[in-house]
Design a protein around this ligand. Structure first.
Ligand code: BGC
Length: 460
């Protein structure tokens, strides 16, 4: 039975920053508008503006044990996201714990403190339409199964009253909506699979359904995936992405008020902040935008992109208090190859290539990048408009296998994970830059983990 909205909150489902605890209790009923949960599920605290502010964040014991056992004790106590990457993950697969077990464990870890628990919602029909390494278990037309066998059971667990004091953060469906902007409709980067997901509407409707269902739970905070600067930082993609995200946030009965914010750089390697050049620099009268590396993009790093994209999202109709997350798990780019000064001004390419921290061969490379390092440690409210730096991709988990490996996880072989591959239009036909001998996506990749630790920046 839906609850009525409180007139005091003018239809917004999140309380303002700094709301007093007693007032938060009084506003509890207002956290469940629209198709809200049953009365028994009413939460004890109203949504806050930034769930990370003043909260501890849950450490996944499964990841932590792997990290510690592989030389990573310096980071093993960091919070990482838990990926609900298939239906079976809800109950736990291959000896790792499931959703309910993590939430129970979070209650004991919290020991009375306010605690954030972080999940990636990642199982759309026809998942990852422009790549093969993380194609999922659901076919392109399996939206009904996505709803009833995946989102509904997750929502049923998250809304249990014993979890009402946890702040449950969800990332909604990475690598989905941006693909419908950049990899469709006769562009050189288009794929038949992405064209199909645009036409059948199942990404947009699936995201809308997830937002509506999870957003109806008063202590769930939804962050939609917003790709990264090397994907939607070009003018042609930037505004169009924000418009599409707003459309998805209003699909399947959802509203934009189900959205707490967005996340940039999930599982990618984009630098947080390049210090040795900015987008406004010129070399002998030539803009850095004309360098091969920047290639007319409007941004050179994730922080400037996330802040600007937040403004764009607000003008596309999202609430003015949305916040951004940035995945900093693998964008440190430290080690001996890290430039310590600006590049030479002999040419715009020499200037950009000599100064950039990001050592990738091409900005479009995404799989198990050679030379990468752990980035900023997870942190609340690190910069204006940013709710937190988080570790969405757990360091040590592969992006994809470097050769064909038979499996029952729906994972394909994407040659972007093969170091001998010479590329496609999405990475400007360059070498993939991937590490060799990688296991399937999501599986532990020790050699990568050790390189990430060695190249951490800030240093460990
Ligand atoms: C994989 C998932 C995995 C996640 C986190 C994705 O690329 O497809 O199976 O859980 O990465 O490592």
């Amino acid at each position: 039975m839906p609850l009525k909205s409180s007139p005091g909150l003018t239809g917004r489902r999140r309380a303002r920053r700094g709301i007093a605890a007693a007032a938060a209790l009084a506003f509890a009923a207002a956290t469940a508008l629209g198709a809200g949960p049953a009365a028994a599920d009413v939460t004890a605290a109203a949504r806050v503006d930034n769930p990370y502010a003043g909260a501890s964040v849950y450490v996944n014991p499964d990841w932590s044990a792997k990290a510690r056992a592989d030389g990573g004790s310096a980071i093993a106590n960091q919070p990482t996201f838990i990926w609900m990457d298939r239906i079976a993950a809800i109950n736990g697969v291959n000896g790792t714990r499931g959703l309910r077990s993590h939430l129970d464990n979070a209650l004991s870890q919290a020991a009375g403190r306010t605690m954030v628990v972080q999940f990636v919602i990642y199982n759309l029909p026809g998942r990852d339409c422009a790549a093969l390494a993380s194609n999922g278990e659901l076919g392109p037309d399996d939206l009904p199964r996505y709803k009833t066998e995946y989102i509904d059971p997750i929502a049923a667990i998250m809304r249990e009253s014993k979890y009402a004091n946890l702040r449950i953060v969800t990332i909604i469906e990475i690598d989905s909506l941006p693909n419908l902007v950049t990899n469709v409709g006769g562009r050189p980067t288009a794929t038949a699979a992405c064209d199909r997901m645009l036409q059948n509407g199942n990404y947009v409707n699936g995201v809308g359904y997830a937002l509506a269902k999870l957003g109806a739970i008063g202590n769930v905070y939804n962050y939609i995936d917003a790709a990264h600067h090397g994907w939607i930082g070009w003018d042609d993609n930037f505004g169009a992405s924000a418009t599409l995200f707003a459309q998805a946030a209003r699909a399947s009965g959802s509203t934009v008020d189900n959205v707490t914010g967005f996340i940039a750089n999930t599982a990618n390697y984009g630098v947080l902040k390049e210090d040795h050049f900015t987008i406004n620099d010129t070399v002998n009268g030539t803009s850095v935008r004309q360098s091969k590396w920047v290639d007319w993009n409007r941004y050179v790093d994730e922080l400037s992109f996330a802040q600007a994209f937040r403004t764009q999202l607000i003008s596309a109709g999202f609430p003015s208090n949305i916040g951004m997350l940035i995945d900093t798990s693998r964008n440190g780019w430290g080690g001996s190859q890290r430039p310590t000064a600006k590049g030479p001004t002999t040419s715009v390419d020499a200037y950009v290539d000599g100064g950039r921290y990001d050592r990738r061969i091409h900005l479009g490379n995404w799989c198990n990048q050679s030379g990468a390092g752990i980035g900023e440690r997870p942190k609340a409210s690190p910069a204006s408009g940013i709710d937190a730096y988080v570790w969405a991709k757990p360091p040590g988990e592969s992006d994809g296998a470097s050769r064909e490996i038979p499996n029952d996880e729906g994972k394909g072989f994407d040659r972007m994970c093969d170091p001998t591959y010479t590329g496609n239009p999405r990475n400007g036909n360059n070498l993939s830059g991937a590490l060799a001998n990688a296991p399937l996506s999501g599986h532990w990749f020790s050699a990568q983990f050790r390189q990430l630790i060695a190249n951490a920046y800030p240093r460990l």
